[in-house]
Design a protein. Structure first.
Ligand SMILES: Cc1ncc(C[n+]2csc(CCOP(=O)(O)OP(=O)(O)O)c2C)c(N)n1
Ligand SMILES: [Mg+2]
Lengths: 336, 326
């Protein structure tokens, strides 16, 4: 595309490029469908879409190994799909159904998978960051060489507990990678209007934590930075900060007054930096795939997503008695 | 006269306060350009400037702590916390500083701040976006906790909270934000901050409630009237301190009481009220005081919200129980 500002050269293999393409496209199509289901009234409360940021989780997952952990915020659908969780279960949780990962009690913000080492899905901004350090502590204690990817936003980076975590994680050399997904906005507040020192990755310096800024729209750059951070952590050198410069195309959640940025700003980034279109360019330029191949992939992904949406609509609603389950390990008697 | 929703009334009160007192400052996330999550502050930044209507970073602890400092030094900060469930980190500042400043300084310093936060169900989001944890706040000596039950009362009580010399947590029942309108006159008159309001007089049973549950309580009162039961409905409004005199007077008259709240049962404010009535009105009571409350469960997502929220039916059952008792 003429306006694209990214290079279409790459040293990655055809297989890897195609995998990036598939993984990112799966997230995008999933989110588009989630947006539709929300519009149809099938999803309650909030729904925070990840569209535009796909390269971050896909690149970092490519740098991870089995057993590594991840924990994130409420903008979590992409993370779950990227680490291999089932689109059916994620979509059914959005619609509050029994087939969802929290069996309809968690909603879009609260899903977990022990199998995939995904520790949520958390609604309180900034509060998942110390949890990430705790997961890393448990791994360090077990001496198992695992690392924890702890994701949070540019807005969350202004919460005090983030810095309390930096201090302790550095002091104890915990194997945690702090991934700041800087999409430039916290709801309607731009980073400029909320953040005194905009280079968030430098905020680890006073604590002795190395950090770097990464083009979060370029999946290969993300993967390379992730590998470096993982190596640092696995070598027992303590935490690492990756600030992913990225962008969210949609509103903060499905209710967004859209008064804080212009349509042109969003369109410009879509045109110039879109992570999926970028890989598409690379695939075509490198003659790894033709238009028809990519269309076929899209078709296949759409079928997966449509099946997930059907599952999410058809899965039964939780029984009323579920209100009283899992409050304690012991059963709570139902009140009249 | 035009009808005003509760959100309009809140905006009117904030606007009035900013207009009449230049020490009033608004803090909060997205309250300026966006006008707040529920648009309570829509247009206020444009009107009063970004110096007085301040978009803050995402830092609840600091928002609350800044309010304490600013209030101790003569300002009247009014901060918005986007949802009650985001307020917990601010409780440190509320409990350890705001609520105790007057006592510690033997009155030399005070803390005239207001923390506004929407609470309760109504948007089918889980947990922190919908829960009712007012009792946690009402437990703190030195703090006021106020919940408006209608647009008119929101206007008058918010002005009272802002003008009050002590810290106030002003909890806004989000289910009522746009639930209906009534004409609210922008007179600048505050309502008495500590007074429970008798919304409807009756002789047979007293219903005590606050916030969004007044809707179900009111429906119950109407149904009961058709059955020949005359119920008195009291809007508690001030959860701390509690207007015990009004509650006792009502129950001494009717002899029966049902308390309705959305918050969980155990250690909820219903327990405090029931204990007070047991201690002071035993002779007048014809039946045990009953509570109709949310359950001791986590505030659920989506469809289960309807199972959690006390229904008009549950209120009616409790009232019929106490009527049958004696
Ligand atoms: C403690 C707390 N305060 C406020 C909110 C409301 N809120 C949810 S997301 C958000 C913005 C967060 O921005 P950022 O950290 O940049 O993440 P992004 O949404 O951009 O992914 C806010 C203010 C919350 N969920 N928790
Ligand atoms: Mg952000």
């Amino acid at each position: 595309m003429a306006t694209r500002k990214t290079s279409n050269k790459s040293s990655a293999s055809k297989e890897e490029l195609l995998q990036f393409y598939r993984d990112m496209l799966l997230i995008r199509r999933f989110e588009e469908k989630a947006g539709q289901l929300y519009g149809m009234g099938l999803i309650g409360g909030f729904c925070h879409l990840y569209i535009g940021q796909e390269a971050v989780v896909v690149g970092l997952e490519a740098a991870s190994e089995e057993g590594d952990k991840r924990i994130t915020t409420y903008r979590d659908h992409g993370h779950m799909l990227a680490c291999g969780m089932d689109p059916d279960g994620v979509m059914a949780e959005l619609t509050g159904r029994d087939g969802g990962y929290s069996r309809g009690k968690g909603g879009s913000m609260h899903m977990f998978s022990k199998d995939k080492h995904f520790y949520g899905g958390h609604g309180i901004v900034g509060a998942n960051v110390p949890l990430g350090a705790g997961l890393a502590f448990a791994d360090q204690y077990r001496e198992n060489g695992r690392v924890t990817f702890t994701y949070f936003g540019d807005g969350a980076a202004n919460q005090g507990q983030v810095y309390e975590t930096f201090n302790m994680a550095s002091l104890w050399k915990l194997p945690v990678i702090f991934v700041i997904e800087n999409n430039q906005y916290a709801m309607g507040t731009s980073q400029k209007r909320s953040t005194s020192t905009p280079e968030i990755y430098t905020r680890g310096e006073p604590f002795g934590i190395p950090g770097e800024a990464v083009d979060g729209m370029d999946v290969e750059a993300v993967k390379a930075a992730g590998e470096k951070a993982v190596k640092h952590c696995r070598a027992g050198k303590g935490p690492y900060i990756l600030e992913m410069k990225t962008y969210r195309y949609r509103g903060h959640s499905m209710s967004d007054p859209a008064k804080y940025r212009t349509r042109e700003e969003v369109q410009k980034i879509r045109d110039e930096k879109d992570p999926i279109e970028h890989i598409r360019d690379v695939l075509i330029a490198g003659k790894h795939a033709g238009e028809e191949d990519l269309k076929a992939i899209d078709k296949e992904i759409k079928a997966t997503i449509n099946a997930a949406a059907d599952f999410a609509k058809e899965s039964p609603e939780p029984d009323e008695g579920e209100l009283w389950t899992d409050i304690y390990a012991t059963e709570v008697p139902q009140e009249a | 006269m035009a009808e005003h929703t509760m959100i309009d009334a809140i905006r009117m009160a904030l606007s009035r306060a900013l207009d009449e007192d230049e020490t009033v400052i608004l803090f909060g996330q997205d309250i300026g350009i966006d006008g707040g999550v529920f648009r309570a502050t829509n247009g206020l930044m444009q009107r009063f400037g970004s110096g007085r209507v301040r978009d803050t970073p995402l830092s609840e602890t600091v928002i609350a702590g800044m309010c304490v400092g600013a209030a101790a030094h003569g300002l009247r900060p009014v901060a918005e916390i986007q949802f009650m469930g985001f307020l917990y980190s601010a409780i440190d500042q509320l409990a350890n500083h705001a609520a105790r400043l007057r006592n510690r300084t033997r009155g030399r310093l005070s803390c005239p701040m207001v923390l506004r936060a929407p609470f309760g169900g109504g948007i089918k989001a889980p947990e922190h976006h919908s829960e009712s944890m007012e009792a946690m706040l009402a437990h703190i000596p030195g703090l006021r906790v106020v919940v408006p039950g209608s647009p008119t009362r929101a206007y008058g009580l918010l002005l009272a909270a802002i003008r009050d010399p002590d810290p106030v947590v002003f909890l806004e029942p989000k289910r009522l934000y746009r639930a209906g309108g009534e004409p609210v006159e922008d007179t600048g008159a505050a309502l008495p901050i500590e007074q429970a309001e008798v919304l409807q007089e009756g002789d047979d049973v007293t219903l005590i409630s606050w916030g969004a549950m007044l809707t179900e309580a009111r429906e119950a009162v109407e149904t009961l009237a058709d059955e020949g039961i005359s119920a008195e409905l009291v809007d508690l409004s001030s959860l701390k301190p509690i207007d015990r005199a009004t509650l006792r007077a009502s129950v001494e008259k009717t002899g029966r009481c049902v308390i309705v709240h959305e918050a969980p049962l155990t250690a909820g404010l219903g327990a405090e009220i029931a204990a007070d009535l047991a201690e002071h009105c035993l002779i007048s009571l014809l039946a045990p005081v009953r509570r109709v409350t949310g359950y001791d469960t986590v505030m659920p997502y989506l469809r289960l919200e309807a199972s959690y929220l006390p229904s008009t039916d549950r209120v009616l059952r409790a009232v019929r129980d106490v009527m049958e008792f004696a």
